[in-house]
Design a protein around this ligand. Structure first.
Ligand code: NAP
Length: 244
């Protein structure tokens, strides 16, 4: 694979932040390997960015192993694949939803990171985990999601310690409200409910987050951006939002 800046691997690149990150890193001279379950959508992103689309379900170890087996080097890994499912109180939490969030956001991140660690250590090596302000803030109905993103934060900080001395960089990218398909997924495809969180607010776009990722990965090799918290101006916390 011809490369200028290096190979960037992005999970969840078929939509939203992952898709925007693919576009941004391609512009910045990276060669891309893109993973997601919806291979048709992924193929479109790959065609637009000159990347390679590979099927990936981060909840499935076999899928992750097959994905990693096709990747020779990994200068940047963006662990972006993730989702929220539902907005029920803990009293009413559906175990299936919690397991889906955990399997995707937490176990998926562990699986992909483990599978690609030899390639990461053998390259320039930078792991960017897409966390969330839900990794240190909470809101009613967010129990399942916030718990999973708190875990992402703990895993990212642990990786930073465990990789100390290897030269591998570790960054947590921590967005507030971003308008993507995230809300549609959270509300099981109900477009009316999905619109609500964005009403009267100018949210971040996937491109706004992608800009931050691109900046973090293009610092000199001795500079580690430990974390970037980025929110809409109108959002001070997960719960404090100024609406028109
Ligand atoms: P999105 O538009 O729904 O995109 C999510 C991406 O994750 C899709 O490409 C999806 O692809 C992929 N994905 C989901 N499950 C997967 C699986 N099992 N295996 C592989 N890929 C999977 O949402 P987004 O906002 O861009 O979310 C990206 C990340 O940002 C997530 O980690 C999310 O938690 C985080 N985040 C979002 C917000 C926000 O407000 N939007 C705020 C903070 C953090 P397929 O369905 O094709 O597999």
């Amino acid at each position: 694979m011809a490369t200028t800046r290096g190979i960037a691997v992005i999970t969840g690149a078929s939509a939203g932040i992952g898709e925007a990150t693919a576009e941004r890193l391609a512009e910045g001279g990276y060669s891309l390997v893109l993973g997601a379950r919806r291979v048709d959508r992924l193929a479109e992103v790959a065609a637009a960015t000159g990347g390679t689309a590979l099927p990936l379900d981060v909840t499935d170890q076999g899928s992750v192993d097959a994905f990693a087996a096709q990747i020779d080097r990994c200068d940047v890994l963006v662990n972006n694949a993730g989702l929220a499912s539902g907005l029920e109180s803990i009293e009413e939490l559906d175990e299936k939803r919690v397991r889906t969030m955990w399997e995707t956001n937490v176990m998926g991140l562990i699986r992909v990171t483990q599978a690609l660690m030899p390639q990461i250590k053998g390259s320039v090596g930078h792991i960017v985990n897409v966390g969330s302000i839900a990794g240190f803030e909470i809101y009613p109905g967010g129990g399942g999601y916030t718990a999973s993103k708190h875990a992402v934060r703990a895993l990212t900080k642990t990786l930073r310690l465990e990789l100390l001395g290897t030269g591998v960089r570790v960054t947590e990218l921590v967005p507030g409200m971003v308008e993507t398909e995230f809300s549609l997924v959270r509300f099981d495809g109900d477009a009316e409910k999905a619109k609500k969180p964005y009403e009267g607010v100018h949210p971040l776009s996937g491109a706004d987050v992608a800009d931050c990722i691109a900046w973090a990965v293009t610092r000199p090799p001795h500079v580690d951006i430990d974390e970037i918290v980025v929110r809409p101006v109108a959002q001070a916390t997960a719960r404090d939002i100024a609406r028109d």
